[in-house]
Ligand binder design. Structure first.
Ligand SMILES: Cc1cc2nc3c(=O)[nH]c(=O)nc-3n(C[C@H](O)[C@H](O)[C@H](O)COP(=O)(O)O)c2cc1C
Length: 354
């Protein structure tokens, strides 16, 4: 496993290895979306990752619809995250904040008003609320006049993340959330500058990426995309040219990393509609490429040797193996995770994996 243990520079961040902890919502915040003390402990336990990508963090109340997830729009939340980043740094680690606006999948009981999206569409399935799973509501299309405010909120969230001690940020532009709702054509029916042509559909992603890069430096900004299949009802009829254009645009801005979340067609958590496109898209991005989904250690090493990507992010393995890179180095067996405690509150299945 030599490649995985090679260092890698991710913009401003020097990673001692290429095992990245994938972003994972774990629902251990307060009902006011403030990080808790056990979150500091959890992340510090995982400090041996090349870099930790935090769970998705809401940029605004409007954009956050997951019970006990956290935000980064007020002073209390920033102070809570400060305790997390301090604990990770004290343990010798690095951590970046994944910034999140969920768009149409925010239930009004969580976001305080009708959800917003590119167009007046309704996600399939059920929203997560404090009252349990509730049918999704139809979204309200964002008015052109509201878009600068959304971009400003991302910009402020990036500044807040740096003030909270994060080493950088990642824009959550994947998995069917707001940016992805604009990007892919299944649910973007706009006829203005943010809909229709591929150029128009990547405009929101490009403007947000530029704004956060202007604020904190492109060398501290990364983006996560999910090109190869449907997520939460969002898909594209012709993803390769769309994502090629997106990657070229992000390269021009000079971001520090791109992460592709691509489940294989036999994926165990999400399935791709086609095999991962990383190999096809690689040439369109000039910068470090992170691969994700369903990677075993052996397959990750192989992908790095073949040059498909520069690092691999692991989700579930990091839940139940806090010292994952060390375990691999020592050839110790891996502990399986327990799905029942992914989003439960409290320590069980969270900080109690040895
Ligand atoms: C409990 C859990 C929470 C997740 N939360 C997020 C999230 O907040 N943001 C995100 O981009 N992906 C999220 N994901 C997806 C993971 O980042 C990753 O793509 C997925 O687990 C596949 O990687 P793996 O096969 O290594 O587990 C989550 C996955 C799990 C299991």
């Amino acid at each position: 496993m030599r490649k995985l243990f090679e260092p890698l520079q991710l913009g401003a961040i020097a990673m001692p290895n290429r095992f990245i902890m994938a972003p994972m919502t774990r629902a251990r915040g307060t009902q006011d979306n403030v990080p808790t003390a056990i979150m500091a402990e959890y992340y510090a336990q995982r400090a041996s990752a090349g870099v930790i990508i935090s769970e998705a963090i809401g940029i605004s109340r409007q954009g956050l619809g997951w019970p006990y997830a956290t935000g980064i729009w007020n002073a209390e939340q920033i102070a809570g995250w400060q305790r997390v980043t301090s604990a990770v740094h004290a343990a010798g680690g690095r951590i970046i904040a994944q910034l999140w606006h969920m768009g149409r999948v925010v239930h009004s009981s969580m976001g305080g008003a009708q959800p917003v999206s590119a167009s007046a569409t309704t996600a399939p399935g059920h929203a997560h609320t404090y009252a349990g799973k509730t049918a999704y509501e139809q979204a309200r299309p964002l008015d052109l006049s509201e878009i600068p405010e959304i971009i400003a909120q991302y910009r402020q969230a990036a500044r807040n993340a740096i003030n909270a001690g994060f080493d950088g940020i990642q824009l959550h532009a994947s998995n069917g959330y707001l940016i992805d709702q604009f990007l892919r054509d299944s649910d973007n029916h706009r006829t203005d500058n943010y809909g229709g042509s591929r150029h128009n559909r990547i405009r929101l992603l490009a403007e947000i990426t530029q704004a956060v890069s202007d604020e904190i430096g492109a060398n501290r900004v990364g983006v996560r995309l999910s090109p190869n299949g449907e997520t939460q009802g969002i898909r594209d009829s012709d993803p390769v040219p769309l994502f090629r254009l997106a990657l070229e645009t992000l390269s021009d801005i000079g971001i520090a990393h791109l992460e592709l979340r691509e489940p294989p067609i036999d994926g165990t958590f999400g399935v791709g509609e086609q095999p991962p496109l990383a190999q096809v898209l690689r040439g369109s991005f000039r910068g470090p490429l992170i691969l994700n989904s369903d990677f075993s250690v052996a397959r990750a090493e192989q992908a790095l040797l073949e040059g498909t990507g520069d690092a691999v992010s692991f989700g579930r393995p990091f839940i139940s193996n806090p010292d994952f890179p060390y375990r691999v180095a020592q050839g110790r067996p891996l502990t399986p995770d327990d799905r029942d405690t992914w989003f439960s509150q409290g320590r069980e299945g969270y900080t109690d994996y040895a």
